[in-house]
Design a protein around this ligand. Sequence first.
Ligand code: IVH
Length: 711
Amino acid sequence: MTAGRKAAVPVDALPADEAEAELERLAAEIAEHDRRYYQEDAPVVSDAEYDRLRQRNAAIEARFPELVRADSPSGRVGAQPSQKFGKIRHAVPMLSLDNAFSDEDVVDFVGRIRRFLGLKAEAAVALTAEPKIDGLSASLRYEAGRLVVGATRGDGTEGEDVTANIRTIAEIPQSLPAGAPEVVEIRGEVYMSHADFRALNERMAAAGGGRVFANPRNAAAGSLRQLDPKITASRPLRFFAYSWGAWSGDLPCATQTGMVALFREWGFPTNDLMVRCETVEAALAHYHMVEERRARLGYDIDGVVYKVDDLALQRRLGFVSRAPRWAIAHKFAPERATTVLEAIEIQVGRTGALTPVAKLTPVTVGGVVVSNASLHNEDYIKGIGNDGQPIREGRDIRVGDTVVVQRAGDVIPQIVDVNLAERPADSEPYVFPTTCPVCGSDAVREHNAKTGREDSVRRCTGGLVCPAQAIERLRHFVARDALDIEGLGEKQVEAFYRDGLIAHPSDIFRLDEARLKGREGYGPTSIRNLLGAIAARREIDLNRFILALGIRHVGETNARLLARHFGTFARFREVASAAGRQDEQAWAELDGIDGIGPVVGEAIVQFFREAHNQEELDRLLSFVSPRPMEEQATGSPVAGKTVVFTGSLERMTRDEAKAMAERFGARVSGSVSAKTDLVVAGPGAGSKLKKAAELGVEVIDEDAWFHLVGA
Ligand code: IVH
């Protein structure tokens, strides 16, 4: 029997015993289709039919969560395949890269490096320049010369264990030559060549079913993250080595170039277009050469990566949040295509922003089919930029227009231009709504004190009475990177909100058996599971808690920066609230956090100024204890301490000193107070030294500082 026929019984009317039997049948049937599709590349059902099976499986599981099978197809592919792989904690985090979009950005990058290191403007900083491969990064761990772990990047801290799949990639050595260090982690990019990608898609299309990969990157990612390594083995994956993670003993080379040459000697493929450039001009010339050859390379690249070649300098430069200071990705100009704007839809976000979304006649941009694109805001549609100046020479965007869509990497596609020659004669300028399409409240543009102009974003004034905002806020609160409560996803939050079970995040912790009983799909087991999952989040990492609050501009990176800086939620709240009362020192502390700019600072202060946010925080904190930040450098003698640098430092610049202290888990402050734990004083230190003496704060010199942190 096929589940297609069974679908005649609506899921709502399905008794539990039949549901159980059907889930079993569906699991077997879907597994068989998966096998035919992935292993034999020969599916026997259409995509639509296959999707229907999965949807029915999901619908039954949603109604009977306690019947979800261990081998459920819903866990295998789709939204969260990652949970199906074991987790690997990276011994050294896998970083991402900052982007440069112009030659000037690259010149600035080198300028920043010079300043950070205290080098003269004319001092040489040699860079490597190499293609940025558009694949997915992997870390390969060798112990005693043998490949023992292959992991994806994941969130940079934890990746997925894809060891068995990595072993099937012929280009990756299974062992290192004799004499290699005990532990070596080689990092690089897994990718698929254009020719192999086309052949794979042809093979899949010929096998029927029409399911093909959109681009070589997706094909590489889809192939590497297969549960069955036999499938990965049948996919033509390739690898370029360009970096490393853990390494026992001293590094064998003093430069990036030397390390990569060693990888090549060891048998790893490395990219022939990697060169060392003595000047930024040479690096830029290499970029333009690579860009010119891009289409003929035979594999996708999306830019050129520059790295400081000298590893001692790399070490001194360190990293900011999740990207090294010593490297940058210079992206190629994004890809564009022309299509028709069919409609403009207004979405309302968590902060009440009304965001116009373009509904397009589907078009392929850089290998991906695009049917939605961002229109940013009201002014953007009118042809006015954030600075009030005309963009697109003032050309507005209208429904019915022929528009240019641009897509760059993972960035949301945007409409960047309009072709007036194609504009229909009867077209009218777009009228942006002045009421919220969700709750009907007024939608207004606030006056921005800083720019002296109207904000470009129109916001719904409905606050929490606006379901769009409340729901978005709740969704954000339980999202994967935030509270991440098992069994409480977007759908459940939305349903609970609509049924009046939760209005504020803190209400989640008030859910109890009485309130959940009798709800469809909530038997005793699932109620117990859900309440257990909620209780498990009564203790939560500080950075996740900060992220969950949904403060504007505070995403994952900034939440981490804040958590690391403040250490505890109480301290963050105290300083941010004090800044809201115009306390200068509190403002100075916020401003001084590396990576937190004025816009973010303002948003934080604004959040804590709102009485209803403070009230909700009180409620939340009566249930939840944010876990104080485990200092990044546990065991560091300065972890959690407040340090002040004063006088002229001779072995490092001020920026470098600050970054170094933060790397070791300390907070850096600009002034000495009773809260200061340590003052590092160089020659010429004056009033701060005196103040330290008065307050009895410990004072050490620069050499003692290096000795203390063991650098
Ligand atoms: S170096 C600490 N080099 O780009 C430096 N990354 O946007 C780590 N990538 O996650 C990366 N080609 O997946 C480096 N030649 C290259 C690269 C490269 C592609 C990817 C890598 C990384 C991402 C960051």
